[in-house]
Design a protein around this ligand. Sequence first.
Ligand code: NAD
Ligand code: DAU
Length: 349
Amino acid sequence: MKKTILITGGAGFIGSHVVRLFVNKYSDYKIVNLDKLTYAGNLENLSDVENAENYIFEKGDIVDKDFIEQIFEKYNFDGVIHLAAESHVDRSITNPMEFIMTNVVGTVNLLNAAKNIWKGNEDGKLFYHVSTDEVYGSLGNTGLFLETTSYDPQSPYSSSKASSDHFVRAYGNTYGMPYVISNCSNNYGPNQFPEKLLPLFINNIKHSKSLPVYGDGLFTRDWLYVVDHARAIDVIYHEGRNAETYNIGGFNEWTNIDLIKVMCKQMDEFLGNPDGTAEGLITYVTDRPGHDKRYAIDATKLKNELGWEPSLQFEEGLKKTIKWYLENEEWMENITSGEYQKYYLEQYG
Ligand code: NAD
Ligand code: DAU
């Protein structure tokens, strides 16, 4: 095998698309997926590659320092693509400590293990840290996040991600750790856990349940199809410059309410319901505390330097996404029974 790469959080939403792309595209790489399988981790996401010869799954917790050291000794990785995280803003508001442990302590455990094993032999090695645009805080009505925008995280989630970004840069600066960081906007697509806006609303419409829109619904996000994020990670991993940051985004801003209305229209078409049926489920609810008003990414650096661009138009991506959730009922049922019901009741009453 040419390279052995550790992908953390590979059983989650974005991680599973990154694992699939790397396993299929690089048959000469050994891909080790390390995941704790929290509520968000699901090996069903990877059933199509689980028997591939160049794929290995390791169940474990990045907060467990001894386990992480052992894994690095066992595989002697050439590279790390670090996606494992607690990723949902609402959960970070009810349980910030979990986010500090996984997102901060877990990241530092990985950095330490990589530093110790690569010491004096950093050539060709890379620690790729996958981060979010939320570290930049909230924009007003105009402007875009650049790689040089100052950090101003507003939620426990984004603060923990910002902290982990700082540690990665500190390890580069202090110990010469070869690294790259990317900060991406909101992803959508197959395999996303139905706590996030799109899969939650698709599932609710299917069951004729209300659609809880936070506040006035005029919050803005930039949406990117998850496979395009995985493609960007591939390009940055192989061609990105050491110690650089790359913003990744869809050049695709929507207010929540406009996005929800487009999605409702498509759902009515898919389900054969009269136009307006899904929209009738929209219910405005109490806002998320500290809700960031607007995120918008300028991904020009990635486009100019590495030639990456989103491949899908939004409405096409949304159709593909809805179709996937409607065709994968069992996937949805398996994760929305049990614990999910408790979460839903606590979050939405
Ligand atoms: P996700 O919640 O779907 O998946 C996270 C994965 O990490 C799960 O498989 C989970 O089991 C695993 N995990 C959690 N804690 C762990 C631990 N302590 N040890 C080992 N594994 C653990 O998340 P996602 O949406 O796929 O996000 C992946 C990464 O991308 C995160 O770092 C997130 O901050 C970042 N990101 C997400 C988005 C987005 O829109 N979802 C956008 C930009 C960046
Ligand atoms: O910007 C990147 C980030 O995008 C990632 O780093 C996070 O991991 C990811 O969860 C996502 O964060 P958001 O908070 O933007 O995503 P979420 O799907 O939770 O919410 C999207 C918007 O929809 C946000 O403005 C809140 C709103 N919303 C969300 C839910 C779950 C609602 O109005 N109602 C809801 O029930």
